[in-house]
Design a protein around this ligand. Structure first.
Ligand SMILES: Nc1ncnc2c1ncn2[C@@H]1O[C@H](COP(=O)(O)OP(=O)(O)O)[C@@H](O)[C@H]1O
Ligand SMILES: [Mg+2]
Length: 391
């Protein structure tokens, strides 16, 4: 097929040619938006799932919906480690300023919104991240004390109460939320809590790895009741087939039934894998309809791409010892082995490997589905590791 027309897009947060199987989450968000117009406020949303299931894509889609319905939408992506902390705070300040300016222009509301821009700049100043000169006299309030919780509350209250008058709302979209630094996370949860109580239209919409719910509960005891939680999993076979079939049909192509079944099956319904196999069959097939032979070849080619890109991007970030630990997890042959079983596979005890377990957890390579058990954050990781030669 013509390569330049290939519609499939394996990648991070790339808009898929057909976004399938996320109706319930999109409906829940649209309802939140519709209610906010009536000033009947509901809870924000937390999306959790493994890597490659489509969290970022969905988060971006929800932000677009909010934006189109007149919300002020701001997006940030959290990052692990200390360098990430300053960068994320800087990004939040910057996105606020940019987002408010865009909102002001789009809705022709300079008189109402522009004073908020000064406050957002003051917030940057309070965070110690410039700009050097700001006119903080404008709004009479500054959000620039340097105490992150006070400043964020001040900022959110000012923005949200201003938007309230218009039946609009402020949506803060946070990707990789499990990596948000603890101070900022606690501050945001506290402010969301206050917003819920005082009916300020402020909503955090977060996405992250499956451990995010535990991270939130850890930061604030009330976090569990603060949000609507939704697990983002693989697509069911019907939605997975549509994700492949619809883009191909749009270009006048088709699949034979057995070819489509094979790709759906090989992907396990995981969106990233669907895009990879979709891209591969488009590349290898000479003509349409794509048949079983094309599909078999596509699975080979697609899997090789995954082994060259998707999996190594995690594997190569691990230290030698973390790799040994991950290999031990794969060696157990279980999806969610006990920490003790994994330690035994390394010829050690749980306390003997607790440091490497912790570092792998912090890096988001593994997560703890329940106390004393661990699992990979990437679907298919165990099989990939078993395909790797041992050193
Ligand atoms: N609902 C969906 N249907 C089909 N493809 C999807 C869907 N959601 C995401 N994708 C594709 O899957 C890949 C991974 O999506 P991404 O949002 O980056 O996942 P995550 O953030 O969970 O790691 C991207 O190539 C994206 O285009
Ligand atoms: Mg993502």
């Amino acid at each position: 097929m013509e390569l330049e027309l290939n519609p499939f897009k394996p990648g991070s947060g790339l808009r898929p040619p057909a976004l399938e199987g996320r109706g319930p989450q999109i409906d829940a968000f649209d309802l939140l938006v519709a209610r906010s117009k009536r000033r009947n406020y509901d809870r924000g949303l937390i999306l959790t799932g493994l890597r490659g299931v489509g969290k970022t894509t969905l988060l971006n889609t929800l932000a677009e919906h909010g934006d189109r319905q007149g919300w002020l939408t701001i997006g940030i992506e959290a990052r692990p480690n200390d360098a990430g902390v300053a960068a994320v705070r800087a990004k939040l300040s910057q996105e606020l300023t940019v987002g408010l300016r865009r909102y002001s222009r789009k809705h022709k509301l300079a008189a109402l919104i522009d004073p908020l821009i000064d406050i957002a700049r003051g917030f940057s100043l309070g965070m110690g991240i410039g700009p050097a000169h700001v006119d903080i006299s404008a709004g009479g309030r500054a959000a620039a004390s340097g105490d992150i919780e006070l400043d964020i509350e001040e900022l959110v209250e000012t923005i949200a109460t201003t938007l309230h008058t218009r039946g609009s709302a402020f949506g803060l979209f946070i990707d990789e939320m499990q990596d948000l630094d603890r101070d900022l996370l606690s501050a945001l949860l506290a402010v969301q809590h206050r917003a819920n109580q005082r009916e300020w239209p402020f909503f955090i919409i977060g996405a992250g790895l499956p451990n995010l719910s535990a991270v939130l509960a850890d930061a604030r005891s009330y976090a569990e009741r603060q949000f609507l939680y939704s697990t983002i999993g693989p697509l069911d076979p019907h939605a997975a087939a549509d994700a492949l079939r619809i883009p191909v049909e749009r270009h006048g192509g088709a699949f034979t039934d057995d070819a489509l079944d094979l790709l759906v099956d090989a992907s396990g319904g995981y969106p990233y894998f669907l895009q990879e196999y979709g891209k591969a069959i488009w590349t290898v097939a000479g003509t349409t309809p794509f048949d079983l032979e094309d599909a078999e070849l596509a699975v080979d080619v697609g899997r090789r791409h995954l082994d060259d890109g998707f999996f190594p991007s995690r594997w190569n970030r691990a230290t030698e010892r973390e790799r040994r630990y991950m290999r031990a997890i794969a060696d157990t042959g279980e999806d969610t082995p006990r920490s003790g079983t994994v330690a035994a596979h390394m010829g050690s005890t749980p306390s003997g490997v607790s440091d490497v377990r912790d570092s792998a957890l912090r890096k988001g390579l593994i997560w703890a589905p329940e106390h004393g058990r661990i699992a990979f954050t990437v679907p298919g990781m165990a099989d990939f590791i078993r395909r790797q030669p041992t050193q």
